[in-house]
Design a protein around this ligand. Structure first.
Ligand code: GFB
Length: 397
């Protein structure tokens, strides 16, 4: 009975080349979908690595929750890392997620696939997206003073994005859509094209989390384990220079010292170099057994040297992770950022940078590792003026 249903479905849709017996779904133009339908997304180009990790979670949770409700023929395609604004060294090719994350672990939470898995299943080595929705914000999110969830298809338009650096990806239909609301609302847009098997959302940062900070959020976050090689590099460094071989180290203090654009344009939120050293000293006075400080930073070499000198003058042993050329070549800026995050997350005490998503990801990692929250939600304050406390985003198990 199933086969005849499948055959009937295939006959109805003349463009279909095959159908899947279990899901009764048909591929419409090539063999890519192997009975699965695929959601692709990209993110506004200037957004950094750690906001992108959060955008991933919104989609991964959307798919995982749908799967629980029986929508089990959808997979999320992991958007390769390409041309990130802050990544100046190393890799220039679209980079798969397995360079940075443990894909098996991601898959244990949500139905995700790598782009290269999709390509390995296409004979033509080209990929045509059925419908590409370019999401846009509403001009006034609070129309009449209220924030309502809504969307509106404006009509056909042009995509000027890069398809993650691939020149063999195209879209059959491109639609501009105003959108505001949670990621799960995207299913309403998907339902507009019931026969499409490959849908893409551009500006994936626009949909919001369905349930920020809930158990689903943390289950997804916990599944974002790092690539094992990066963990090894970080742990070897911790053992050698910071003298710790356990998960929660008592031997060192860590700081995420965000500079670059933060130092240039957020002068009223971040401290000077001397101010940073003073704040580290103040915190360390309460931890008399620790004299090793690890600094994760995007600062220039000259800033690093100045901070190191200031901390050495106070009598602290200061450490920065300086990658070898082979690590830069193999993992690029993204891998080095993760190594810095892993080292920071195992420290006895952590101080981060206000409103940096890089800091937020370290704080989450520390929540997962089980540190007392008082050792985690601390921030560097500006040299003068008001210093708002860090918000505590506590784990929900
Ligand atoms: O991840 P990210 O977007 O967090 O930071 P924010 C941007 C990039 O800077 C990271 C590098 O991907 C890293 O390449 N970086 C920052 C670091 N801190 C460190 C560090 O401690 N170690 C290493 N190795 N690299 C956002 C920006 O930055 O802030 C947005 O992405 C915007 O474009 C916004 O500027 C205000 O949240 O800190």
């Amino acid at each position: 009975i199933v086969s005849s249903l499948v055959l009937a479905a295939a006959e109805e849709d003349t463009s279909a080349q095959y159908c899947d017996k279990t899901t009764k779904s048909c591929g419409n133009n090539d063999e890519v979908s192997y009975g699965k339908k695929h959601i692709f997304y990209d993110v506004n180009p200037p957004e950094g690595f750690n906001l992108r990790r959060d955008v991933y979670m919104r989609f991964a949770i959307m798919l995982a929750e749908a799967q629980k409700q029986g929508k089990d023929n959808w997979e999320l395609v992991l958007p390769p890392w390409y041309n990130l604004y802050h990544w100046r060294s190393g890799r220039r090719q679209p980079t798969p997620w397995n360079k940075y994350f443990d894909i098996k672990s991601l898959k244990s939470y949500s139905p995700v696939v790598e782009m290269h898995e999709i390509f390995s299943k296409t004979k033509k080595k080209e990929l045509e997206i059925d419908v590409l929705y370019i999401l846009e914000n509403y001009e006034d999110p609070f129309e009449n003073g209220v924030f309502n969830e809504k969307w509106h298809v404006k009509g056909e338009c042009e995509y000027d994005g890069l398809y993650w650096g691939y020149n063999n990806v195209t879209a059959k239909e491109v639609l501009c859509v105003q959108f505001q609301g949670k990621a799960s609302q995207l299913w309403e847009l998907i339902a507009l094209h019931p026969h499409a098997t490959k849908l893409m959302f551009s500006h994936g940062e626009i949909p919001l989390h369905d349930t920020y900070g809930t158990k689903s959020y943390w289950d997804c976050r916990k599944s974002m384990k790092f690539n094992k090689n990066l963990i090894h590099i970080a742990k070897d460094y911790i053992a050698e220079y910071l003298k710790c071989k356990t998960e929660r180290c008592a031997t060192y203090f860590s700081v995420h010292w965000r500079r670059q654009d933060f130092a240039r344009s957020r002068g009223n939120q971040v401290p000077s170099i001397a101010g940073t050293a003073k704040q580290i000293r103040k915190a360390l006075k309460k931890l008399p057994d620790i004299n090793k400080v690890f600094i994760a930073t995007d600062a220039s070499m000259s800033e690093i040297n100045k901070l190191e000198n200031a901390l050495n003058d106070y009598g602290y042993e200061t450490h920065f992770f300086l990658p070898s050329p082979s690590i830069i070549e193999e993992y690029g800026d993204g891998g080095i950022a993760i190594i810095d995050q892993i080292i920071s997350s195992h420290a006895a005490y952590f101080i981060g940078t206000h409103e940096s998503t890089f800091t937020y990801r370290i704080q989450e990692e520390r929540e997962i590792l089980g540190f007392d929250s008082s050792t985690t939600f601390n921030r560097l304050c500006p040299d003068t003026g008001h210093c708002e406390k860090s918000t505590k985003w506590l784990i929900v198990n």
